[in-house]
Ligand binder design. Structure first.
Ligand SMILES: [Fe+2]
Ligand SMILES: [Fe+2]
Length: 173
């Protein structure tokens, strides 16, 4: 619950600083920046926090990590949640709905209850990884797309270290 409260306050007071912009400039090309800024500001801030946590994990990792790739994936992992498709109200609602009524929320996400605003929002909530991966692939960012597509999937043997670190960092932010 504390994590949810923290996420709510982060979302309300979210702001991308000049320092963040410089960091984005350094790590993403034009096309990737366009995808990044297509997210809502709270999601942009979540991605930035996730990225800094991921970099800290990578710096302490014993295995070899592709840091530029990890950085791009962490910045872009939630681009499937487009601004407007998932603003602060719907983000809070979806998180609570999924926490409190997981089966019902999933059924809405999968379209079991037909097409409605609630279905479309829960669909983005549950399927933003695939949506984001398809967006990245369309822009030609295949390596990033593959990791983004799997960021909410259950851990697997063949997960690359960048994906494992991204999951851990995402969970903390
Ligand atoms: Fe996600
Ligand atoms: Fe995330």
């Amino acid at each position: 619950m504390m994590k949810r409260i923290r996420q709510f306050f982060h979302a309300v007071f979210a702001e991308v600083s000049a320092e963040d912009r410089a960091f984005l400039e350094e790590n993403l090309n034009r096309g990737q920046q366009a995808l990044f800024f297509g997210m809502s500001v709270p999601d942009q801030c979540h991605a930035l926090r996730t990225t800094h946590t991921a970099i800290a994990f990578a710096n302490n990792a014993e295995e070899k990590v592709d840091l530029p790739l990890l950085t791009r994936c962490a910045l872009l992992h939630d681009v499937g949640r487009r601004d407007g498709a998932f603003g602060i109200f719907w983000k809070c609602f979806a998180v609570l709905f999924a926490d409190l009524f997981p089966s019902l929320a999933k059924a809405y996400g999968d379209g079991t209850h037909g097409d409605s605003v609630l279905h479309r929002k829960m669909c983005v909530y549950y399927h933003h990884a695939e949506i984001g991966a398809a967006m990245l692939l369309r822009e030609g960012f295949a390596a990033e797309a593959e990791i983004v597509r799997r960021h909410h999937k259950a851990p697997a043997e063949d997960d690359p270290p960048e994906l494992r670190i991204l999951r851990m960092a995402d969970e903390m932010n």
